[in-house]
Write a protein that binds this ligand. Structure first.
Ligand code: PRP
Ligand code: ZN
Length: 228
């Protein structure tokens, strides 16, 4: 499905660490949006823009196939999906601006009672993660015998379930690790929100709106001190 009408479509995370700041960014650019809680598509009434509220993991695909023109996504998901689609050489998105919010890191963590000294301690271990490609890329340099177990959620319970010795998951405040008696031992990727654009060619009318939006966001980022 390609978006044929003249309204710009922007995909943002429905609920999670990116959602609030993504909406705030658009609102601060002067775009009036009043998304109801359960509403998945929301039309701006002062700008030819529709907001799509979706799962963050779906955003790179929606941008790649042109269903949406812009997306606000964490570089963690973007990079994982890019590595996953590695062989396909076509351009799937254009990075417009790093936004400096939703900061978090992808880290390897182990139970607090694991006698961890360095990465070699993980030899013959299993690591559970929702980011198998990023983890595999990181581990490649060490040439260790480590098994990656892919889970789509609740990764932090894997050691207690006995299905992995360690995990590789996002850490922000560290509260999830603490609550599960885990200790962060290696940071493998630092993530932040980024504005991406579909590689599909825009019709002239949409291009004007798109350029305007991009400039607004760049301008806002420059003048807003809370964003790095
Ligand atoms: C991540 C991760 C942890 C949590 C860590 O999930 O899976 O559950 O955040 O954050 P903390 O260190 O502040 O406790 P999240 O729901 O943000 O990511 P996802 O839904 O995109 O997988
Ligand atoms: Zn997600």
């Amino acid at each position: 499905m390609v978006n044929e009408n003249n309204r710009i479509r922007v995909a943002v995370q429905k609920s999670g660490r990116l959602s609030e700041e993504s909406l705030r960014l658009l609102t601060n650019c002067g775009i009036r949006l009043r998304p109801q809680k359960e509403e998945l598509i929301c039309q701006s009434d002062n700008f030819p823009l529709d907001l799509l509220r979706v799962r963050d993991d779906d955003i790179p695909g929606l941008i790649a196939d042109g269903s949406c023109d812009f997306g606000i996504i964490g570089t963690n998901v973007l990079q994982e999906k890019s590595l996953q689609n590695g062989e396909k050489s076509r351009i799937t998105h254009e990075i417009i601006e790093y936004l400096g919010f939703a900061l978090c890191r992808l880290s390897i963590s182990v139970p607090k009672n694991f006698p961890y000294q360095d990465i070699r301690c993980l030899e013959k271990c299993r690591i559970a993660t929702s980011y198998p490609h990023l983890l595999s890329l990181f581990l490649k340099q060490y040439k260790l015998n480590i098994k990656i177990t892919t889970l789509t959620g609740s990764v932090e319970i894997a050691p207690r379930l006995g299905i992995a010795e360690g995990i590789c998951d996002l850490v922000s405040t560290g509260a999830t690790l603490e609550a599960n008696n885990l200790r962060e031992v290696e940071t493998i990727f630092k993530s932040q929100a980024v504005l991406i654009k579909s590689p599909n060619l825009l019709n002239p009318e949409k291009k004007i709106v798109s350029d305007f939006l991009q400039n607004k966001i760049k301008q806002f980022k420059k003048t807003n001190k809370t964003m790095s």
